[in-house]
Design a protein around this ligand. Sequence first.
Ligand SMILES: [Zn+2]
Length: 426
Amino acid sequence: MRTPWESFKQEALDHLRALVRLDTTNPPGNERRAADYLAAVLNQVGLKPALVEPVSGRTNLIARISGADPAAPPLMLSSHTDVVPVELARWSRAPFGAEIADGCVWGRGTVDMKAKCAMDLVLALAIGRVGVTPSRDLIIAAVADEEAGSQHGARYLVDHAPDLIRAGYVLNESGGFTMHMGGRRFYPVQAAEKGFVTVRMTVRGEPGHGSMPRPDTAIVRMAMLVERLTRAGLRGRTTRLMATTLRELGFETNGAPTFLRPLLANTVAVTMLQAGYKDNVIPGEASAVLDGRILPGESAASFLSELTEIVGPEPALEVIKQGEPVEWPIDTPLFKILATRLEAGDPGAKAIPWMLPGATDSKFYARLGAVCYGFSPVRLLPETPFGSLYHGNDERIPIDGFFWGLRVYCDAVLEFAGLRFDQIFS
Ligand SMILES: [Zn+2]
C-alpha cells in the first residue's frame, strides 16, 4: 500500500518527537530505549531488525531491505541514537519534551541526530508497506555511543559484526543543510573528515620551595610551550576536495575566511592543564593535553614530528588516542544524486563537498571500505543558528525545513535504490 505524502510527513514528525522523548543521554546512553522503539515500528511491516548489545542497555539496531542485485554495493542509512547531556538551567523548554513552538520541534537530539533517524525509519516503513524490491540492499542502522567514542556503537559493529553493516555507501550525519553566505545558499555535503591525535605533553623540572621562585620550573616551561604552540601556524595544505569547495564558494586559498581555516591546516588546541599539588611547592612536573586535528594525508607520526619541530625535543609527547583522517571520492553516482536533489529542492542554491573538522561514525565505516557522505538535509533560514545548536542549549529543528529535507532525502535514496517516488508515495 502506498503512503500518502502528507500523512508520511506527519508520521516522520511524530516519530521524531517520540525519539526525542526517549532520554538517551550519553553517558550513560540507554540506547536500548530507542532501539526497542524502532524495532517495534519496523516489525509492523515485517522488517525484523537485528539488535546488537555489546553491554546491557547499549543497543544497536540494524535492519536490511534486500535488493534485487546481490552484487550491487549496499547503501547504509546510518544514525546514532545517543545524545549529549543537557545543561537544564540554560534551556527555555523541556529538553526531552519534544514541544512544538515557533515552528520548531524543541529538544536534545532534534538536530544531532534523531531527525535523520526518524527519516530513515519512515522511509524504510514506506518501502516495507509497498513491498517493492530496491535495486541494491538498503541497510538501516541506528547505533549507540557515537557521542562518547563509539566503543559500544559503530566501532564495535565494525570489529565484531562487520557483515551486518558492510556497505558500499553510507549516508550519515553532518551535511545537506542550508549555509547562507554572501547572499547565496550552499548545501555542504560532507565527504571528508579530519583525523584527531590527542597528545599528552609532559615537562619535568627541579621541584622546590615556593619561596624560592626560578624561571626554569616545569610550570613556567609549560606556559612558554603553550604560548609557542598557540602562536605557531601548523602545516597547511589545500586538499583536492577543499580546492573544489573553495572554488565553488568563490574564495582564493589564501583569502579563505577564518571559519574555513581549520579545514586547510592541521590544528592544535590545548584543552587540559595539570601541575602542582600544594600552594607553596614548586612541582617537578607539568602536563597538558593537546587536541590535534590533522588533514587527510597526515598521520599521528607526522603530527608528532610537526609538534616536535615547534616544542623542541625536551617535552615528552604521548599519543593517548587517535582516529585517522578520511577523504572519500566525490566523483561517484551517489554524490551526483545528492547534489542534484539538493539543488533541485532549492533552485539557485549550490551543493558543495565539505570536510568536517570533527569526527563521526563514518570514520569507522570507512574501515570496511564504505564511501561515506554526511547527508541529513534540512532547509534553514539565514537567522537559524543551526551550527550552534549541535550540542548546544535550546536545540531545535524547524518543522518546514525538516519536511523539505525529508522530501530531498527520500528522492535521493529512492533514486540510488532504483525506486520511483510514485511507487512508494501517493
Ligand atoms: Zn551526531
